[in-house]
Design a protein around this ligand. Structure first.
Ligand code: PMP
Length: 406
């Protein structure tokens, strides 16, 4: 079979993710991994999920738990989320919430919703590679979003027209970003809102790590800032261009695949049509389990996660200060799971990884795949979420030794 003859043009844009390939290596017991941005399974609220699943499958409830359900999502979960979002400064109701199979599905649907071939998506350099992967299927062009570079809307629009489309949306990983660990400051969020207003474009706010702040002051979500602007003239979320994507993956359990979108109801309505067409609805049982566990222990559980991850972040930053040679710099995240390392310009993260796996048995993610233009070869992403403190000390010591020898 000549598969090339039958493949759609979009497949030309879809490549195996370096992270997925790497995850295959992590099962080898002697590897110290700073690679995957995934929760420490030792911290999963297992007993709470056992109780929730048993309750969902009890007589009288099992019929609903195992049955098809509505595309919008399980109502008690949407109610909990509407209250949760209201607590984040985003007053909204259940009509503003769609449950998705992880926020990754939301990114796919939003690409499908807005991107025509040759349209422009604005992203940070670097940005979450999973977002690039989701959007690539819809054949966009990427332009660099840097709120401080003072490029006006006219410049973005002209460049997008040259590429054969228009700017459809800006995508931002806002808090403790994947991959840099950095948080977009309030003033920059306001600038992005101004720019999107001028462009008539939407904003996709990816808040996957929002709940994992260890220190510093919380920055309001872009959607909250936009609602505050609209409220001055009697408006609400219904007048907003920002589409907020949330996830339970980093707080409760990624394997259950439960995320959500919070946006103006006409956007939610269109996404519901997509969900109907694509997978009908997210797993009913999983949504029930998440709803139960979130209602009972979301805040206390996340407080516990913050404590553990904060200690690991502190440990990693201290180890980096001790072990990294001159010419290497790194970010100091206030939460999340990542530290972003910039190596001397002549070094290549992918080559370093190959050597590291061979001689030092330390895994991390080379940075280039996070750049829409393929630059950033001298960067790497380290995750501190899964390794314990002894492994962090040892892993960073080995990495420092390897970089110094280069
Ligand atoms: N956005 C960001 C920034 C992420 O880091 C991830 C997971 N790595 C996702 C979205 C997708 O997460 P999920 O589909 O599990 O909600």
């Amino acid at each position: 079979m000549q598969w090339e003859q039958v493949l759609a043009p979009r497949m030309g844009r879809m490549k195996a993710s370096e992270i997925r390939e790497l995850l295959k290596l992590l099962d080898q017991p002697d590897i110290i991994s700073f690679a995957g941005g995934i929760p420490d399974p030792a911290l999963f609220p297992v007993a709470a999920f056992q109780g929730a699943l048993t309750a969902a499958l009890a007589p009288g409830k099992a019929d609903a738990a195992l049955q098809y359900s509505v595309s919008e999502g399980y109502l008690p979960l949407r109610q909990w989320l509407a209250a949760h979002m209201t607590g984040l400064g985003i007053p909204c109701g259940v009509d503003n919430i769609l449950i998705t199979s992880g926020s990754q599905q939301a990114l796919d649907y939003l690409g499908k919703l807005m991107i025509g071939t040759g349209d422009t998506v604005l992203v940070n350099w670097p940005t979450y590679m999973g977002a690039l992967g989701a959007f690539n299927a819809y054949e966009p062009v990427y332009d660099r979003l840097d709120p401080r570079d003072n490029r006006g809307a006219a410049e973005y629009t002209a460049k997008a027209a040259e590429a054969g489309g228009r700017v459809k949306f800006a995508y931002l990983s806002v808090d403790f970003a994947n991959p840099t660990g950095e948080t977009i400051p309030r003033a920059d969020r306001e600038r992005v809102l101004d720019l999107a207003d001028d462009l008539g474009a939407a904003i996709v706010e990816d808040a996957a790590y929002q709940a994992l702040r260890f220190d510093g002051e919380a920055v309001p979500p872009i959607l909250a800032l936009e609602i505050a602007r609209k409220a001055k003239t009697g408006g609400s979320i219904e007048d907003c261009r920002t589409i907020y994507c949330g996830s339970f993956s980093k707080t409760l359990a990624p394997g259950l695949r439960v995320g959500w979108v919070c946006a103006a109801s006409p956007v939610i309505g269109r996404l519901v049509l997509m969900k109907q067409a694509a997978d009908l609805h997210s797993s009913t049982l999983n949504q029930m389990a998440i709803a139960d566990v979130a209602a009972n222990l979301f805040e206390s559980h996340v407080a516990g996660l913050r404590e553990v991850y904060k200690a690991r972040r502190d440990h990693m930053l201290a180890a980096l200060s001790r072990e990294m040679p001159k010419g290497v710099s790194w970010t100091r995240p206030e939460g999340g799971m990542f530290v972003w390392i910039t190596l001397p310009e002549t070094m290549d993260g992918a080559a370093l990884l190959a050597r590291s796996l061979e001689t030092e048995r330390v895994a991390f993610v080379p940075g280039r795949a996070f750049f829409a233009d393929g630059s950033g070869g001298n960067t790497i992403r380290l995750s501190f979420s899964r390794a314990d403190e002894a492994a962090i000390d040892e892993g960073i010591r080995r990495l420092g030794r390897l970089i110094a020898a280069d």
